[in-house]
Write a protein that binds this ligand. Sequence first.
Ligand code: SF4
Length: 435
Amino acid sequence: MKRVGFYTLGCKVNQYDTESMINLFTEAGYKVVDFQEEADVYIINTCTVTHQGARKSRQITRRAKRRNPESIVAVVGCYPQVSPDEVLEVSGVDLIVGTEGRKEIVELIEQARLAKEPLNFVQNVMETEEFEEIPITESKERTRASLKIEDGCDRFCAYCIIPYTRGTVRSRDLSEAVAEAERLAQNGFEEIVLTGIHLGAYGEEKGEATDLISLIKELIRIPDLERIRLSSIEATEVSQELIDLIADEKKLCRHLHLPLQSGSNKVLKAMNRDYTTEEFAAKITQIREQIPEIAVTTDVMVGFPGETEEDFNTTYGFIKELGFSDLHVFKYSKREGTPAAKFDEQVHSRVKKKRSAKLRELGERMAEEYRDKFIGKGLDVMIEEERDHRTGLLTGLTDNYLKVMVDAGDSYQGELVSVKLVDTEDNYLIGSIEE
Ligand code: SF4
């Protein structure tokens, strides 16, 4: 039996794309092995959102070929999509495929096996208009599965390479998305995470019958599905209807990840983000008025070109004032081909590091404050299949994205149970199961 090993860098969409390729190889009779093992085929699903992503992709590729010089090594995804020539020069590469065409990956591997030169199957993604349908039935995680419903983005934020690597918005057919959710639910996945590059744009190119609200309403009807979570959505795309749905439908998680990026209007404008801090704050207030316990998490970028100390302090103050239940802090990374790469006033890496550390520390404090609010309360927890290796306790997630540990028997694994929260330890709430 032929063996294939996968290595995935980058975002949730990339993770999903890997799972869909795993499905194709499994159907073709391959055995999926750990990437560290000797395999006949290695697939490196790359990311190029940061410089580190591209460098790591090159390292991993060389390492794979060294492990088995006879293997076929394919580099797929965002990195070959934007820099095919650069990737073809990496030693050990036999095949490159971009962010489209993964559906043919198994056949392409066979072609690469017969070829004398590395093969280039990167397509012009800017001309692609259809969502590439590659279903999955399994997921690496055992209680939660991602459901990819959209690819591409038309926003062109000044720092972001994604519209060039992933192309324009393509939405999955609503019926295909629902069918996949049904299959996943039948296979025991109780929670699905709706995933896409620009989730809020779902259906915009398809006309009225396909939109995020219609899809969520269909998913809620699936009997075996306990939870639906949104991965990340722009604050400007959170409609009153979506807020009402989250407030009223128990299956839809009270968790919104709304990327802020900067708390300075000057920086937001330079980033080509289409909201002001006032609009962002007003949206969060609107959401919290209706759903007080909701978890609002965010992304923030430090060191965007031209971000002064004053701009950073404005961002820091804005975030502190508004409060988030978790903060993902990124340092701006120059990506060739984006407008911001040409901007003057690039911020020194030392400054970025200092700003990022300061915001991370704030993020940890805010997460703790949010967590502490739930001590003494009862919440439903989706218990994971595996125990925490350090403590041996069961772990799980609440709908509002709190990590919980409980001391209980194996029969609760994979179940949604009611837990009384009594204490905190590290990043966890400690609780006991309410019978
Ligand atoms: S919305 Fe902006 S940051 Fe997000 S993928 Fe699109 S261009 Fe990139």
